[in-house]
Design a protein around this ligand. Sequence first.
Ligand SMILES: Cc1cc2nc3c(=O)[nH]c(=O)nc-3n(C[C@H](O)[C@H](O)[C@H](O)COP(=O)(O)O)c2cc1C
Length: 343
Amino acid sequence: MTPQNDTKQRKAEHVQIVLNENVSGQGITTGFEKYRLVHEALPDIDFDSISLNTRFLSRNIATPFLISSMTGGTQATGDINRVLATAAQERGWTLALGSMRVAIENPETHSTFQMRPYAPDIPILVNLGAVQLNKGMGVEHCRQIVEIAEADGLILHLNSMQEAFQPDGDTNFSGLLKKIEKICTGLNTPVGVKEVGWGIHGTLARKLYDCGVHFIDVAGAGGTSWSQVESFRSTPMLKKAAKAFLDWGIPTAECIHDIREKNPSETLIASGGLQNGVDAAKSIALGANLAGFGRFLLRDAVNDPTKLVEKMSQVELELKLAMFGVGANTIDSLSQKMIHKIS
Ligand SMILES: Cc1cc2nc3c(=O)[nH]c(=O)nc-3n(C[C@H](O)[C@H](O)[C@H](O)COP(=O)(O)O)c2cc1C
């Protein structure tokens, strides 16, 4: 199999595994259940005045929600991207596309990432594995994928452990910070960095922001476990090893708290296992600017576009209800509200 086909097939397999197998971590949670927003019996706001408007990448956006990077590269995954893009446009969510390494390797796949016609008014983010910067990719490749997708930003993903659980994964992660810095300096587009489900701690976040990274998406633990996903397509030894990593990673809520404590003002996205608008409200009160949903949206994106839009509206309603419950009628005001850690 050529490397291009290999990349395409892997991405298609990921979707099937995530839809059909148990790929959640075990013995670890997002940590949101350890936090309580403080109920305000007299909220002193009109529910009808609650607004989800906020700002991201120096522009106004209708909601603080993001569809996390998932897919593209084959006809079927291109269809999923179109459904996600159409729903994101309708609801005013930001859309992140899956890794575009395949688009660099194979121009025939470009249309599976070209979602601007379906989503003219929302931020679109493209995605590439940071480790590809150790395999000959650089600023020009990043510029190319931004142009293909007419994107507003680039996300570089850090997926060291996922690569390690792939039989032929790319596992040389040395020296990447300097290369990430070069991308931030050389690209005329904001650059973000995310994990894929094991989280980013505050000290690494500080280093990344210091390199010029515009935003960090924690993609913390408690949701999809990529050692589990890869175990379904791996060698017997790696499959066995994956069982020992079921509770690996930094819970999403911990990442947000730690990053915000060490980085008071930079842009931060909460994701990794979010299941509803209350998780999003807690994320924002803990210091996140946006809240991202991945696997939670995938099944409906594949099976039922109407249900997908309903699910996104449901999350928005839950966030508004939580905002009413704490007496916040703007996202900014929610971010100032107290949140208690249950000991
Ligand atoms: C089918 C699938 C494919 C994914 N592909 C990518 C990818 O290409 N690039 C990336 O950065 N993250 C990728 N992710 C990881 C998600 O963006 C997200 O960080 C992770 O799934 C944790 O969020 P969740 O628990 O809400 O799913 C993928 C996730 C899923 C479910």
